[in-house]
Design a protein around this ligand. Structure first.
Ligand SMILES: Cc1ncc(COP(=O)(O)O)c(C=O)c1O
Length: 459
């Protein structure tokens, strides 16, 4: 191992660090690896002192922005008082306080907080709870879960099984059986006859869930899982009436509705939970990321009283858990994070500024490569197309050349960290920290304009 001081972190990383979802070949063949060393507000810096605008909140995490010493202090205080204790048969004050606080902001009677350390673990927990709940309540054959095309629900094998992205699943098959796919709410790609009627499209998409339940057999289906605004594919918002119809279908067939809010919660669309924005109460919410603004790992599965009820009796036990679920340090950080949300009115800040943000992004629609701009709050996808009039998309080779070969690198080189994604049709995703305002919207749009203009000239 060579750790001589002259070597940059970027070089040293190549020796031993196995990065996630990363094509190592490009770095091993000489491409520079950015190493991020510091953050402050909406910005972070690499080891060479270059500044970047964090246009995606470090993977949808840093809602309150970087560099909040208040969160670091909360972590330090908790670590010196009680660094760790599990919540297996015992408890500690921070998990209790955080459960109270999350229950108070969660919609409806979603009062039971099962902590995890990540979003994927929360999704995994939700599926397992759905199965065990029905086993305990006289419907033991209900076990399947319906999820939507192109949705990402995490990498544990259950959550991956629910993920609707074939390329992410094929290397790991066979996965957990019982995962069923239905259409998402991509209105831009709606069937031709529904292109002009958002409401009708929403009803169409929701009714595919009823169809799938009928096809699979209602006695076999335990849950539907969806993101209120689907990230993967580029911010598919729910058409008016869609979530209401899904709720109706779930009630009709006694199927649980799981809202995977790993990204959409904690202010991302201007409410603590996006389901509040759309006025529909699910049976379970899964969340992570913004719960601590990413300052410490924590996730949660938030379940309704109805789902907890069977576990109140006799020897019934949810035989499931994670050593680090509800970690004291992470719980303390989450509490301090919620203090910031309240004190600074971050949800209101998103509500007040979202139109301005969208106005900036909509200016990009004049570019020939921009087919659609969609999303809500501080959460948007910009779909790139080959032909605006026909909505023709890029083929795999073009998409590879465009997104990986150019757009991602050019944005970063120009000081903007956003995500270009071709898990569905090619999109650039933008989701800045919730403290971002006019100056950051302007900076982001200017960089995007210059990069997307150049992208058009190279395809
Ligand atoms: C909707 C959704 N669910 C689950 C996950 C998995 O979360 P984690 O990476 O914390 O396991 C993600 C991650 O981005 C996500 O976006």
């Amino acid at each position: 191992m060579n750790t001589t001081p002259e070597r940059s972190y970027g070089d040293r990383a190549k020796d031993h660090l196995w990065m996630h979802f990363t094509r190592h070949s490009s770095y091993l063949e000489g491409e520079a690896l950015p190493v991020i060393v510091k953050g402050d507000g909406c910005y972070f810096w690499d080891e060479h002192g270059k500044r970047y605008l964090d246009g995606i909140s470090s993977l949808f995490n840093v809602q309150v922005g970087h560099g909040r010493t208040e969160l670091a202090e909360a972590a330090a205080k908790q670590a010196s008082e009680l660094a760790f204790f599990p919540i297996w048969g015992l408890a500690h004050p921070r998990a209790i306080e955080l459960a109270e606080r999350v229950a108070a902001i969660a919609p409806g009677d979603l009062n039971r907080i099962f902590f995890t350390a990540s979003g994927g673990e929360a999704v995994e927990s939700a599926w397992k709870l759905a199965k065990q709940f029905y086993k305990l309540t006289g419907k033991p054959t209900k076990h399947k879960v319906i999820s939507r095309d192109v949705a990402y629900h995490g990498t544990p094998q259950g959550a991956l099984s629910l993920t609707g992205i074939s390329a992410a699943k094929i290397p790991f098959e066979p996965l957990v059986p019982g995962s069923i796919r239905v259409p998402n709410t991509n209105f831009y790609r709606a069937p031709e006859h529904l292109r002009d009627d958002l409401y009708a499209f929403g009803q169409y998409a929701a009714n595919r869930i009823a169809e799938a339940i009928e096809f699979e057999g209602p006695d076999s289906v335990a849950a539907v899982i969806l993101e209120p605004v689907q990230n993967s594919g580029g911010c598919f918002t729910p058409p008016p009436g869609y979530l209401e119809r899904v709720r109706e279908i779930c009630d009709e067939y006694d199927v649980l509705l799981i809202a995977d809010e790993t990204i959409t919660s904690f202010g991302r669309v201007g409410e603590y939970f996006a389901m509040e924005r759309y006025g529909v109460v699910p049976d379970i919410i899964t969340c992570a990321k913004g719960l601590t603004s990413g300052y410490s790992p924590l996730g949660a599965m938030i379940a309704s009283e109805r789902l907890f009820e069977p576990f109140k009796h006799g020897t019934n036990t949810f035989l499931h858990g994670f050593t680090w679920g509800g970690h004291p340090v992470s719980s303390a950080v989450a509490l301090a994070n919620l203090d910031i949300f309240e004190r600074e009115g971050l949800n209101k800040q998103v509500q007040d500024n979202q139109d301005l943000f969208l106005k900036h992004l909509n200016q990009l629609r004049d570019l020939p490569i921009v087919g659609d701009v969609r999303g809500a709050g501080y959460f948007y996808g910009i779909e790139l197309v080959k032909d605006k009039a026909t909505r023709e998309t890029f083929n795999a080779e073009e998409s590879e050349r465009l997104l990986r070969g150019f757009v991602s690198k050019a944005m970063f080189a120009n000081g903007l960290y956003c995500r270009s994604d071709d898990r569905g049709d090619p999109v650039v995703q933008v989701a800045p920290p919730l403290i971002a305002s006019a100056a950051q919207f302007e900076e982001m749009t200017q960089i995007l304009r210059s990069v997307l203009t150049e992208a058009w000239s190279i395809i």
